[in-house]
Design a protein around this ligand. Structure first.
Ligand code: ZN
Length: 469
């Protein structure tokens, strides 16, 4: 079936306009209220100003009326785990329905200049945590880019370096960072006591810790030990805890990890988690993830399960050694498909991409994470309902962040909207060619401004704003 989307631009009425824009006739799906019905949405000043069952005369006088007949109108997707924070990445996010892309795992340091560099220039909303890794890399003069690769990895920090790192993380939180980011596995010599200190800081500041845990996989010390550490720290300090990419850490132990998180929640702890809908992760081959014993830690994989992002080639012992000295992104094909399906279907698990593209190279999750859930796991495999998938992409991350003006369709909420064809929405990015825009997003609005219109990116707009705590 071909949908003909009419875009009507109506002449301004003489009287003041009630709405800047109206999205008419769409199937409005709002996980917060449970609304799933045809509605007309009026937008004014970047906010949702009206949601009505009948289209009013005032609505028809709006400067722009977008016809969403046959399309789903959902809150824009919130990606808690988006390392790609460049104009290139934001374009792929927008085409995937993402209106807010946040770097919560690694985080940034210092925080204020990072926000200043993006304010007024960004296609989508952006934000970051105050990052332990970048603070530690600065204090210890590590030469890594996104992730540490030498000085911060090779030795433990001195007490003085620990104090300096903690002070940087604290200033970042005071500058408005959205949480405290941690990647314990990338600095494996960091002590349990130092991690506990960071949890205490997050609790003092009443914010959440977003953590890539100390270990993954089935071999002890593995994912169970690692999850026990962070749940215990959350319990001991009162800090909220968000465990990133549970499938790539849990592998075959993922069901047990989810049981532990569910148990902690039943006992009153604020613990949440996320996953991306792919059977491979990706990280820097120069990082501590690939120190001695990585094959067992990744669930018993080998060199051929690694794929060099720059060329798409599978590795051998020789190319592994060469690229490890050089550094760069590598895909790790380690996550069983049934584990991906189980996590995507589990109500505890939010959708988050963990994506980054650089000059078109990277993991396909940077371009297709959200549309892949909607196309592959909702429509094709019926692993979860459309409303439940939307909840994991909108309301659940907004609640995790404590931001109530986003992630919902309500009067007064920010007009961040994803308008898509549920019959056609799908990812197109692959490991061999990750820089392919997703299909099926017809309109995407950020603060009331279309960034995708009639299925194509809009040039020359920068409505994204920095989200601060
Ligand atoms: Zn990670």
């Amino acid at each position: 079936m071909r949908l003909v989307i009419a875009v009507l631009t109506l002449a301004c009425a003489a009287s003041a306009q009630e709405f800047d824009m109206v999205i008419a006739n769409g199937r409005v799906m709002d996980p917060a209220s449970g609304l799933d019905a045809v509605r007309h949405i009026g937008i004014r000043g970047g906010k949702i100003a009206a949601i009505s069952a009948a289209i009013s005369a005032a609505a028809l006088r709006a400067r722009t009326v977008l016809d969403a007949k046959g399309l789903v109108v959902a809150p824009g997707f919130i990606d808690l785990h988006s390392h790609g924070q460049t104009p290139e990445n934001y374009r792929f996010k927008a085409m995937d329905g993402v209106t807010t892309a946040l770097e919560m795992e690694v985080g940034v340091s210092p925080v204020s200049p990072w926000y200043a560099a993006r304010e007024g220039k960004s296609l989508v909303n952006f934000g970051a945590s105050s990052g332990h890794l970048p603070a530690r890399m600065a204090v210890m003069h590590d030469s890594g880019a996104l992730l540490p690769r030498d000085k911060a990895v090779e030795r433990a920090a001195t007490p003085e370096e620990q104090r300096e790192t903690l002070a940087l993380v604290r200033s970042g939180l005071e500058e408005g960072a959205l949480g405290l980011g941690m990647g314990i596995a990338y600095v494996p010599l960091v002590s349990r006591a130092e991690i506990l200190d960071l949890f205490r800081l997050a609790a003092d500041k009443k914010t959440a810790v977003y953590v890539h845990m100390r270990n993954g996989g089935p071999v002890e010390p593995g994912v169970i030990d690692a999850l026990q550490e962070v749940i215990a720290d959350a319990a001991a300090t009162g800090a909220s805890l968000h465990v990133v990419h549970i499938t790539s850490m849990g592998l075959r132990e993922t069901p047990l990890c989810l049981e532990m998180i569910e148990g902690a929640r039943r006992r009153g702890l604020d613990v949440t988690t996320e996953a991306y809908p792919y059977t491979a992760g990706m990280t820097d081959i120069g990082s501590a993830i690939f120190s001695e014993g990585w094959q067992a830690r990744q669930g018993g994989i080998t060199f051929g399960d690694l794929q060099w992002a720059a060329t798409g080639e599978r590795l051998t012992a020789a190319s592994f050694a060469r690229y490890r000295r050089q550094g760069g992104m590598v895909a790790i094909h380690s996550i069983p498909e049934d584990i991906v399906k189980l996590a995507i279907g589990n109500p505890l698990v939010m959708i988050a991409s963990d994506g980054i593209l650089e000059n078109g190279k990277g993991h396909p999750r940077a371009a297709g994470c959200f549309t892949r859930v909607l196309g592959r796991y909702v429509r094709e495999q019926r692993v979860l309902t459309l409303m439940e998938a939307l909840r994991k992409m909108t309301l659940a991350p907004a609640d995790r962040l404590g931001i109530h003006s986003k992630g919902r369709i309500a009067v007064g909420a920010d007009a961040d909207l994803a308008v898509f064809d549920a019959a056609r929405v799908i990812d197109r990015a692959t490991f061999e060619d990750p820089a392919q825009y997703a299909a099926g997003m017809v309109y995407v609005l950020v603060n009331g401004v279309p960034v995708v219109r009639n299925g194509s990116l809009v040039e020359g707009v920068a409505p994204g704003r920095g989200l601060r705590r």
